[in-house]
Write a protein that binds this ligand. Structure first.
Ligand SMILES: [Zn+2]
Length: 87
């Protein structure tokens, strides 16, 4: 076994999993986290959990929004305000 995994790598990987998921890391950092995940089962498991949680949040948020109705309402109000100002 010549794989070099230490606790510092794990804590760094775990701290940055969300940034990694959100694509907020620079390429060099992304590569580091990706390489760590490829070798570390414990962090990969955490990554899977975070991915799942993020997916669930995204799905439930998508259900919360009512784009067409809300959009219509907002446009209606903006238009009403504009008409008042124009008058
Ligand atoms: Zn790890």
């Amino acid at each position: 076994m010549s794989q070099e995994i230490n606790e510092a790598d794990c804590s760094e990987a775990l701290h940055r999993v969300f940034e990694y998921l959100d694509g907020e890391l620079p390429d060099s950092e992304r590569g580091k986290i990706a390489a760590h995940l490829a070798h570390c089962a414990a962090c990969l498991q955490q990554y899977d959990i975070d991915t799942m949680v993020k997916g669930m949040v995204k799905r439930s948020c998508a259900q919360e929004s009512a784009p067409a109705h809300l959009r219509g309402l907002i446009v209606q109000r903006i238009t009403a305000v504009e008409i008042r100002y124009v008058d």
